[in-house]
Design a protein around this ligand. Structure first.
Ligand SMILES: Cc1cc2nc3c(=O)[nH]c(=O)nc-3n(C[C@H](O)[C@H](O)[C@H](O)COP(=O)(O)OP(=O)(O)OC[C@H]3O[C@@H](n4cnc5c(N)ncnc54)[C@H](O)[C@@H]3O)c2cc1C
Length: 375
């Protein structure tokens, strides 16, 4: 008998397990220790404050502050680097967007500053010349997601959590049935299952495919995570395939190049045409990158909800089962949001008021928004 069983050991499940273990609860993690096929193994690891909506801004800002607070305790393997983000404005229209974004951040007490065209060029000499300017958010960072997930799971284990390597075939009414037929029981079950909706088919989640490329080592070529402001437009598109310039400097000197977004389809195969589009876009902003050698390309799936906010808290609204809790639907922000989501979830279980309002992330909103009925 556990107090909490977490199903899924990606970065979100691992962060939830750690947070529950910190409460002194008996915790089990089903499917822990195996990241193959997970978004955590495929993700880019940009820790970023985003302002698509007030709820997204609140959760990313809260989570980023938690990452910064634990930066000193993270193992070296997690490769935390507070390199900051530069949002690159290609033209006057995007510069106006950057200024608006800057004002929003400043209003939230988040450090952000506009860069002129010359300052942008000085900060990132390999960007093409005559870009309009940029917005620097110095406290954003990057991390190596699988190692960060391992750290959370290791901490949970140190605090007494048990990791069960098997998959769950059902999870309901306080019982998790494992692939070998055995059954574990718990007061609460947390589904942290990424894009896999088999345990709760009413989860309104779709996989959104992304391609990434990692290069050989070229230290200093890129100094900040660089993202075109047009990224915001492409990330908003809910049906069309899109690409955006998004390059990350790894502490190893390698560059990680993104990003693409595609709906529909479940094949993880690399699509040469999409990869080509993504790299062409990269070279529009950094022509010199065409001279560097890429080592590997891969794909992953982001778990997208209809309103682009995660589902954190009790499953009420999608299920009448009071033992079920959710930590899913993080789309392209699950690495950033894992620590904040874990804390909000545990605050909800304890009936505590958290650091931010948890209401926008509750599954109950889905009944109103998309007419999803009980499973
Ligand atoms: C290309 C790409 C780039 C990204 N870039 C970023 C970024 O820069 N910054 C950022 O913040 N986020 C980024 N993301 C998003 C981020 O990677 C995800 O949101 C995050 O990893 C989700 O973590 P998770 O634990 O919810 O899901 P996952 O990592 O998918 O983990 C879920 C786990 O649950 C397991 N599971 C499912 N069902 C069962 C079951 N029945 N029994 C046992 N186990 C089960 C799965 O096997 C899996 O291991 C990116 C994603 C992609 C694909």
């Amino acid at each position: 008998m556990f107090d909490v069983l977490v199903v899924g050991g990606g970065i979100v499940g691992s962060a939830v397990a750690r947070e529950c273990a910190l409460e002194g609860w008996r915790v089990g993690v089903v499917g822990g220790g195996n990241l193959s096929g997970s978004a955590t193994a495929a993700g880019m690891g940009h820790l970023v404050v985003m302002d698509d909506s007030p709820a997204q801004l609140a959760l990313t800002a809260y989570s980023r502050s938690l990452w910064r607070g634990m930066a000193q305790r993270l193992p070296k393997t997690a490769e935390y680097d507070g390199c900051g983000t530069i949002w690159v404005a290609a033209d006057e229209e995007e510069l106006i967007e950057a200024r608006a974004k800057c004002a929003v951040y400043e209003g939230m007490g988040i450090e952000a500053r506009m860069l002129s065209s010359a300052e942008l060029s000085e900060a990132e000499p390999h960007l093409r010349k005559r870009l309009a300017g940029g917005l620097i958010v110095p406290e954003d960072g990057v991390i190596y997601p699988p190692a960060a997930a391992q750290y959370f799971l290791g901490e949970a284990k140190r605090l007494g959590a048990e990791v069960v390597g098997l998959r769950a075939v059902s999870a309901a009414h306080g019982e998790v049935r494992l692939a070998d037929g055995s059954v574990l029981t718990a007061e609460r079950i947390v589904l942290a299952v990424g894009t896999d909706c088999t345990l709760l088919p009413s989860l309104p989640i779709q996989g959104r495919k992304g391609h990434l490329v990692i290069t050989d080592r070229y230290p200093g070529v890129v100094r900040h995570q660089l993202v075109e402001l047009g990224y915001l437009k492409s990330a908003h598109k809910l049906t069309e395939d899109s690409v955006a310039f998004n390059v990350q400097p790894r502490p190893t000197g390698q560059l990680m190049i993104g990003s693409s977004r595609q709906y529909g389809g479940t094949s993880a195969e690399i699509e040469p045409a999409m990869l080509r589009r993504m790299l062409d876009r990269t070279m529009e902003y950094m022509p010199g990158l065409g001279q560097l050698s890429g080592l590997r390309a891969w794909t992953g799936f982001r778990a997208a909800t209809p309103d682009k906010l995660p589902l954190i808290g009790q499953a009420a609204g999608l299920s009448e089962d009071e033992s079920l809790w959710l930590a899913v639907g993080f789309e392209g922000l699950g690495i950033t949001n894992a620590p904040g989501a874990a804390r909000l979830l545990v605050d909800g279980m304890k009936g505590r008021t958290g650091a931010i309002d948890a209401t926008p992330y509750l599954a109950a909103r889905m009944c109103r928004q998309v007419g999803v009925v009980y499973a």
